[in-house]
Design a protein. Sequence first.
Length: 432
Amino acid sequence: MAGISERAAVRRLHDRFGFGPRPGDLDRGFAETVTRLLTPGEDPGAKATPIPRPGPPPDRPGKQDKPGKQAYAKSLQAQATQAAIWWLDRMVAADLASVERLTWFWHGHFATSEQKVKSPELMLAQNEAQRTLGMGGFTALAQAMIVDPAMLLWLDGNSNKAGKPNENLAREFMELFALGVGHYSETDVREAARALTGWAAKRDTTTAQFVAKRHDNTAKNVLGSTANFDAKSFVDLVLARPESAPFVVGRLWFRLVSATPPPADVLNRLVAAYGGARDIRALLTAIAAEPLFRDSATSLVKQPVEWLAGLMRALGVRPSKLDDKGKTQLLAGLRGMGQVPFQPPSVGGWAAGGAWLTTSAGVARLHLAQLIVQHADLGAVAKASDKPAAIGDLLGVDAWSNRTRAALAGVGGDVKQLSTVAACAPEYVVSG
């Protein structure tokens, strides 16, 4: 195992627990940075970027009302755009990005898409719940998500009622959210679906309703236990299974440290830190303390949103300050890379690793970098005698490879082009 320098380790903390460093962030030590990122308090930047309240979506028009359908689609799209731009703006504005980074992680973990929910208001309500609960105990977060209105619409909770259970939410909760593949049976799915009956969501209210007459109020046998389980007791049962803690720990490790699962001894230490309280903050602190966190081999390709948020933070560009054309280009670029906030492709969330390094994604990345650079203040780079080093300092890159430095030297006379190439270089696209 080859360790990385203290400065590189601090950069990695900002990459993995945030969206990359801002100027000056790498001057602090590793221990101080862990404390700052994982003990968030008042955040003026986040406070000045409050969550929007678009209100319920417009009423859906009749099938024959073509003008009404067009107006409906346009209004819904405007709300969805507002929500996505706001969250990107919040990622950039937050003084400590760890809260937004964990909210982003939970969005991918409990993946829910506006394309089916069709209510930006409900997506934002789910987003706020994940933000509020995301660094506390996993139990409270899981309890909130199992009856979250956007989740219920996304996984057909409204179709889940006594006598006619819908299995989608029960299956995905065990397989993707809390246990993993192979740790439950089809009988468990059917019985768990009965436990989740009775909950309903409407697009004009941000709180799900429990309708007692739709709930199956009889005994169910789930994971070897028999009781009159409901949503809360079902979640408690699942999270108490010995497979649950390693699964949740493994998901955070996969997204924040390495695609290679942690060795048994590391996993045991992390599960112990997670503990009976299922404490996410304690788990993250333990992850940062692991020697493998500093291993040079545990590199990760940044997801498009992570890369973009980090670039905008480093260059001081706010999505909210772009004109309508710029905002449209911003989301189009992310769409070209395959990742738009509130629009995961499936309940399994987004891909990882090399999936983001396709040729088409590379072209979209280049266009996004050009857009951001056009709005950045690059005066410090323009004045520097070593311009590649100066843009590296802005982006938080410790050193360029000989190949990248040669590419940067070739465009050194044009600061904007230099910055665009730097933003798309492997040293920035990959969190090393």
